[in-house]
Design a protein around this ligand. Structure first.
Ligand code: IMP
Ligand code: MG
Length: 193
């Protein structure tokens, strides 16, 4: 039986076969505390120049919602959706914009809000595209950064947690579109990150 509850061969192979939900890496409480700290730092650093938060869908939606409420400034928000070619767990670096921004970035203080940085290829691509639109400033806030995995040099001033190079799910992060609604961040056992 597959995860849809049937044996329908039309659905093809189960993308979650051989994988299981592993231990909690970061608890809901730890996330809440850290997001609060990031919000305080951003509030201080952007005083007098409220940022435009640009959330990268879908993974960043939950982090964006909490972070925005932890910032005591009149922020604006917009979202981009990207889809990157690759396997279920690995980005190829070829990124396609599925939903572009609605607002103009010229002279705006833009803060990209991303769920997780692995190779860094997705963010590097996004950063190039956004900086070409002449924002007043452009910085990155990433909830998670996988230690020593980056293939490009990204300067990320706001990092929630540095984590080992395991594949993780929860708090917005998915594997094959599931587990985004977990409150904690957990390791996926059997996934090659
Ligand atoms: P990068 O381009 O290799 O940095 O990959 C970044 C994107 O891949 C993220 O925005 C996520 O959508 C996805 N990703 C990378 N690692 C993980 C993970 O451990 N869990 C869930 N998604 C991941
Ligand atoms: Mg994803």
């Amino acid at each position: 039986m597959n995860r849809h509850g049937g044996n329908d061969p039309e659905r093809g192979e189960d993308p979650l076969a051989g994988l299981s939900l592993g231990r909690v890496l970061i608890t809901e409480d730890e996330i809440t505390r850290r997001v609060g700290e990031l919000g305080e730092r951003i509030t201080k650093n952007y005083a007098g120049r409220p940022p435009l938060l640009v959330g990268v869908l879908k993974g960043a939606f939950m982090f964006m919602a909490d972070l925005a409420r932890a910032i005591q400034l009149p922020v604006e928000m917009d979202f981009m959706a990207v889809s990157s070619y690759g396997t279920a767990t690995k980005t190829s670096g070829i990124v396609r914009i599925v939903k572009d921004l609605d607002v103009d970035l010229v002279d705006r203080h833009v803060l990209i809000v991303e769920d997780i940085v692995d190779s860094g290829l997705t963010l590097s691509y996004l950063k190039k595209g956004l900086s070409a639109q002449n924002p007043a400033s452009l910085e990155i806030c990433a909830l998670l950064v996988k230690t020593d995995q980056q293939r490009v040099d990204l300067n990320i001033p706001y990092v929630g947690f540095e984590i080992p190079p395991d594949f993780v799910v929860g708090y917005g992060l998915d594997i094959a579109e599931v587990y985004r609604n977990l409150r904690d961040i957990r390791i996926m056992v059997g996934a090659t990150s």
